[in-house]
Design a protein. Structure first.
Lengths: 273, 332
């Protein structure tokens, strides 16, 4: 019994933490976009990233599933632990990382394939061997878009409305059965009703997934998230642009009602700028 | 009282503005000169557009009329027989038609994987951008070499260079009809290779542009669901670009079928039909270039007939290309 508990005690990570950012600094070329981020994203909860635009929310989010690898100039220092393993370690396969940490983008981006194939594609390449019809239905249901899609599964995913497309993209991400879902302003291109639907979807999803969401909408952060990280950007001496940093990370409640930092207080009460 | 008065003046004021507006904007009278420029520009555009149509149409008519005699005399036989004998007045373009089709199709078969592969290579970040740009530039410069220069290069450099290979091919595979004759210098295979060099830049450049136009969001979507690089290229990026790429390939096919100078210089211009790719062959374009100078009478008519066949072939390819591009265009 003590032996079983030993490794947990010695390793610094605990089971409640999904992703742990340890002194992460991300640069584009020579420009440091975000600096010295420490943050522990809890498992099975919704964590929101808020902050003024350009402070590096997307940059940090994309680093969590190595999406930044697609940008040649982008480099990362520090480490991001996923279940205690450094995602940027030398033996880590970024493709594998993205299969376990899925992503929903700001602009809905369904594949120009049928609705069915949009879901099946990711599942298939991830080696899903079960009943595909069932998976498609279950994913679309979980993303609350089944009713709108069930009669036109063979039509192009691009024939849906923006909000439906975004929920299709969420369904596509669910279908690969990731452990974490990253969402980068998933509602910024959507109307209020679609936004509401997606927020409801998220409440469902957090029962089975860890969710990290970037949002510029503070009400949304309050509505959907358990934890909130507030990022800000500041011009530094001799720097080329504003450098982003994590100001405060706490329960959403505390961030919005009793923030520790003046900057957070100013931002959440709208006195920012 | 006061309020109504002020309302009245306001109203009057507004009306005054209206009439100002009226005279200034509503009754805008354009100066005659501007109208003239407008109209003449329109007519000029119509005229230029019609010139294209008229030229195309009259070429078709002239070529068709020129070939009428031969069409009447040889009919469909012309397309499948391959005697070409001005002394006996016996003409058949079978060898040239076969040569046109086989050289261009083989050239495509080699150039498409090569060109599309190059395009993928220079649009994906497999290697540093500097090197990619240089490769892209070089492929485009390839298109700048005049075809007569390529022909010379084919005769003096390429053909001697590949000769040992062709000989080996003959020795190993002479039981196979396509390689059943000994290589003798000029022939179909060298012509195919030179066509590859000529159409490669078209295919590469068009494919590259199409691949570059695939929205980056789509690429991210693919990587986001955990595809590998090759998975993303084959399942998402290529399908999104395929209509344009096929359009480019068809353009290249048209080019290959009509290409004259370099092919004439290296194909051997033989009217004897041979399936063998190692034997000298002929294409319609090469035949026309070779024979028009000293042709007369029924030979001219036969050449016109062959030319008409070539036009119809390339026209078909182009129409087919447009149809395919329309069918495959994805909406995203
Ligand atoms: N692909 C990129 N190349 C260079 N700089 C970038 C790139 N993406 C973002 N940046 C820079 O990084 C900073 C943070 O950007 P981002 O993470 O998109 O901010 P946010 O999502 O908080 O609005 C900005 O200054 C932006 O200009
Ligand atoms: Mg952003």
């Amino acid at each position: 019994m003590t032996i079983l508990q030993q490794p947990q005690a010695t390793e610094s990570h605990n089971e409640d933490v999904a992703l742990s950012l340890q002194n992460v600094t991300i640069s584009y070329g020579n420009f440091e976009a975000v600096k010295n981020v420490y943050c522990e994203i809890p498992r099975g909860k919704v964590t929101a990233f808020i902050g003024p635009s350009g402070c590096g929310k997307s940059t940090v989010l994309r680093s969590l599933n190595r999406m930044n690898d697609l940008i040649e100039s982008c480099s990362l220092r520090g480490s991001i632990l996923f279940g205690g393993v450094d995602l940027y370690g030398p033996r880590i396969d970024p493709v594998e990382v993205r299969r376990r940490i899925g992503m929903v983008f700001q602009q809905p981006n369904p594949f120009p394939k049928s609705i069915y194939d949009n879901i099946a594609f990711g599942a298939r390449i991830n080696g899903y061997a079960g009943d595909m019809d069932e998976l498609v239905e279950r994913s679309l249901r979980q993303a609350a878009v089944w009713d709108e899609c069930k009669d036109k599964l063979n039509e192009s995913g691009c024939s849906l409305s923006g909000g439906q497309q975004q929920r299709l993209c969420i369904a596509r991400t669910i279908a690969i059965q990731p452990e974490v879902i990253l969402m980068d302003e998933p509602c910024s291109a959507l109307d209020p009703i679609s936004t509401l639907k997606i927020e409801e979807t998220m409440h469902e999803l957090k029962k089975s997934f860890t969710i990290v969401i970037v949002t510029h909408n503070m009400q949304q952060a309050v509505r959907v998230s358990d934890m909130t990280a507030f990022y800000n950007a500041e011009a530094v001496e001799g720097g080329t642009g504003k450098v982003g940093y994590l100001v405060e990370f706490n329960d959403t409640d505390k961030i919005f009602n009793a923030p520790q930092q003046q900057a957070t207080q100013d931002y959440v009460s709208g006195r920012f700028g | 009282m006061t309020s109504s008065g002020s309302g009245h003046t306001l109203c009057k004021h507004a009306l005054g503005c209206m009439s100002d507006l009226d005279s200034r904007y509503l009754l805008r009278s354009r100066p005659p000169a501007e109208k003239l420029v407008d109209n003449s520009f329109r007519n000029l555009a119509i005229a230029m557009a019609s010139v294209v149509a008229i030229v195309l149409f009259s070429i078709l008519v002239v070529v068709f009329q020129g070939g009428l005699d031969s069409m009447a005399r040889y009919g469909w036989q012309f397309l499948v027989t391959s005697d070409w004998n001005p002394v006996d007045d016996q003409y058949g373009a079978g060898a040239a038609i076969y040569g046109t089709l086989i050289t261009s199709l083989l050239a495509l078969l080699i150039a498409v994987p090569l060109g599309v592969g190059t395009a993928i290579f220079i649009t994906e970040n497999i290697i540093p951008k500097g090197i990619r740009d240089v490769i892209g530039l070089m492929v485009e410069l390839l298109a700048a070499i005049p075809s007569v220069v390529l022909g010379l290069w084919a005769i003096f450099v390429m053909e001697p260079f590949i000769r040992p290979g062709l000989e080996l091919l003959y020795q190993l595979f002479n039981w196979f009809p396509l390689f059943s004759t000994p290589p003798m210098g000029p022939g179909t295979i060298p012509a195919v290779l030179i066509l590859v060099v000529m159409i490669l830049p078209i295919i590469t450049a068009i494919s590259r542009d199409c691949l570059n136009q695939v929205p980056p969001q789509l690429r991210e979507a693919a990587y986001g669901v955990g595809t590998t690089r090759w998975g993303a290229i084959i399942n998402v990026i290529l399908p999104a670009a395929i209509s344009g790429i096929i359009g480019g390939v068809m353009l290249a096919l048209g080019r290959a079928m009509g290409e004259t100078m370099a092919v004439t210089m290296i194909i051997g211009n033989s009217n004897n039909f041979s399936v063998s790719l190692l034997a000298p062959g002929n294409t319609i374009a090469a035949m026309l270039a070779n024979q028009f100078g000293e042709a007369d009478g029924s030979q001219v008519s036969s050449l016109m007939y062959a030319a008409f066949v070539l036009i119809v072939l390339t026209l078909c390819v182009n129409i087919f290309a447009q149809w395919i591009v329309k069918r495959l265009s994805l909406k995203y």
